[in-house]
Design a protein. Structure first.
Length: 265
DNA sequence: AATAGTCACAACCGCCGAGGT
DNA sequence: TACCTCGGCGGTTGTGACTAT
C-alpha cells in the first residue's frame, strides 16, 4: 500500500508564490497560528499543498528572517558546523539566527563549496582536496545520525565520562577546528528509560546532548539530562556573544521554532 | 542584438521518524 | 503490532537573472 499523497496535485497551484498567496498565508497564520499544515491551505483559501505552505512560511514569510548577504563570520561558522555535523542543515541553521536550513543549504552549494575548493579544501571531507584522509563526515552514515552520535556508539559511555555523567567528544574537533570549542556531551542511558513509571511524571529517557559549546568551556554545567523532553538533540549557541541577541529575539520572535530547538544550558 | 552558458535560489520530491489509533 | 497521518528534513530540479561570446 502506497503512501497517500500529501495533497491533490491536480487542484493545487505549483511554482512561484504570488504576492496574493503570500498575503493570504501570512494573514491566516497571524490570525490562527501554525496549526495543521494539511488543512491550512483550504482554511486559508489557498490552492496549495500544505507542505508548500509550510515551506513558504518557514523559509520566506516567517518574521525575523535575514535575507541574503551572509557575513564572513557566518561563512566561517557554517564551515565549522558543517565539518562537525555534515549536511544537517536544520541543525546548522539553528546556530544562525534568522537563517533557514534551505538558505544555508543553497548558500553552501553555491558559495562555500567553491570557496573551500579555492582554498584547496575538500568541502565534503573538510580535509585537503583529493585526500581521503581526515574525513570528518562519514558519507555512509545513516540520515539523522550526527558525528557525535556515531562517536557515542563507537565509544560506549563507560569510557571518557565526565564527572557529570557526560562523555566529551572533543579531540577530533579540536584537531580539525582548533579555534572552535565544540564539546559534544552525550549522556548515558538512564535506567528509568527502560522502566517507565507512568504515574511518576514524564519518563526519564536517554537524552542525546549535542551541546556544541561554541566558545564555551566544556566544563560548563549542562542540565540536559534532567529534562523530561523526549528524543532531544540539544546544543547551544555561543552564549557570550549571543546572550543579548537572544533577548532581542525572544521579544521579536517569540514562539518561533528555532528557539524551541535551541537549548541554552 | 542574439544566443549559449553559468549562476543563484525558490520550490518540489521523496523519505523518515514520531505519534495516534 | 501494524497501519496511518503528519511534520520535518535533505537532496534535487526548474527557472529567471546574469555574463560571455
Amino acid at each position: 500500500m502506497g503512501r497517500s499523497p500529501c495533497c491533490e496535485k491536480a487542484h493545487t497551484n505549483r511554482g512561484a508564490w504570488t504576492k496574493e498567496e503570500d498575503e493570504r498565508l501570512i494573514a491566516y497564520i497571524k490570525g490562527y497560528g501554525e496549526g495543521c499544515w494539511r488543512s491550512l491551505p483550504k482554511a486559508a483559501g489557498l490552492l496549495r499543498c500544505g507542505k508548500s505552505c509550510r515551506l513558504r512560511w518557514i523559509n520566506y514569510l516567517r518574521p525575523g528572517l535575514k535575507r541574503g548577504n551572509f557575513t564572513e563570520e557566518e561563512d566561517e561558522l557554517i564551515i565549522k558546523l558543517h565539518g562537525l555535523l555534515g549536511n544537517k542543515w536544520s541543525l546548522i541553521a539553528s546556530q544562525l539566527p534568522g537563517r533557514t536550513d534551505n538558505e544555508i543549504k543553497n548558500y553552501w552549494n553555491t558559495h562555500i563549496k567553491r570557496k573551500l575548493i579555492g582554498r584547496g579544501v575538500d568541502p565534503r571531507a573538510h580535509g585537503p582536496a583529493n585526500d581521503g584522509a581526515g574525513l570528518a563526515i562519514n558519507p555512509s552514515r545513516p540520515r539523522g545520525v550526527p558525528v557525535a552520535v556515531d562517536e557515542a556508539t563507537v565509544n560506549p559511555p563507560s569510557t571518557g565520562l565526565a564527572e557529570d555523567g557526560h562523555s566529551s567528544v572533543t579531540s577530533m574537533d579540536d584537531e580539525r577546528c582548533p579555534d572552535l570549542n565544540l564539546d559534544l556531551s552525550i549522556s548515558p542511558p538512564c535506567s528509568e528509560a527502560t522502566e517507565p513509571t507512568p504515574m511518576s511524571g514524564p519518563p526519564c529517557v536517554p537524552v542525546i546532548c549535542l551541546c556544541s559549546n561554541l566558545g564555551l568551556q566544556a566544563s560548563e554545567a549542562c542540565s540536559c539530562q534532567a529534562t523530561p523532553i523526549r528524543h532531544v538533540l540539544r546544543y547551544h549557541r555561543s552564549l557570550e556573544e549571543e546572550e543579548e541577541e537572544e533577548e532581542e529575539e525572544e521579544e521579536e520572535e517569540e514562539g518561533q521554532h528555532i528557539d524551541s530547538f535551541v537549548h541554552g544550558c
